[in-house]
Design a protein around this ligand. Sequence first.
Ligand code: P6P
Length: 337
Amino acid sequence: MKSHLARVITIERFILDQEELHPEATGELSNLLYDIALAAKIINSHVRMAGLADIIGSAGLINVQGEVVQKLDEFADATMQHALLRTGRVCLIGSEEDPDPIPTPPGQAAGKYVVLYDPLDGSSNIDVNVSIGTIFAVHKRLSPDGGPGVLSDCLQKGRDLVAAGYVIYGSSTMMVYTTGQGVHGFTYDPSIGEFLLSHPSITTPPQGRYYSVNESNFPRWEARVQGLVKCYKGLDCGFQPKNSRYIGSLVADFHRNLIAGGVFCYPADTKSPRGKLRLLYECAPLAMICEHAGGAATDGRQPILDVAPTELHQRSPLFIGSRDDVLLAQEMLAEPA
Ligand code: P6P
């Protein structure tokens, strides 16, 4: 029977094909992306078991599993560390779970990359079976090769990222990444343990169907933000009303808007004056992906990718998604208060 299947391309094959477009490439970034894909497979296997851990644990079959579930985000962090620190490809990693950057272990050569990540964002949603995600950002080190990485290697603008991506553990598990050559999505096939190319060259619609924001924060927003959200609702501005979709898990909200079109907002408010989300390993990598898919991302004053970081865990307001919807935010928030 003639197969109508398109050519099956694994993420490893795709990364290699992309590398061949760059004769100057050494293959180190390719190997780093493999390392992250492997970590994603391991994290995925534990996320998928999370719901069963109590049952298995109570049967005494896998006590460790139960412990893993209580601390699944710590497990994800440890998995990313094990996948990255002993490869000779990174000199430093920065994790949402750790107050300071983590250097390569003694005796391990320090590589030329820095990886910043949130190992399991939205982990508070695990117990209610809501999609969660891993987000990662890759910079080239600025400090001299061979020596230990330093904090300033982490504090680089998103515009200088060499790669960014996320894994969404949803109805299926997907890995989406960019190295600046388009945004590509891979769906995990557990029967063969491979991420298969399912969404080549993702582009996001210039205007979105959805707006995503935690409306309970409305009283704490400044008036311009309140006005912007009313516009998204089709009030006061004559714009087509958007549907509200808010999952409360950044990667899930971002991914839906990337594919279907939409804008996600986490503004600053009186409780979180610099916003809630983290610049280096949440806002910046998603902003790189979004811009390379034709979208945009701002903190309300400037593009997220142009923000100069000063702290590893600094927060930022975030408006990200379909280009026209984000540009409206930039226009309305730039107006005098
Ligand atoms: P709120 C999850 O805790 C998270 O960090 C993001 O994944 C999500 O977008 C945001 O917080 C939700 O925050 O205040 O609306 O519950």
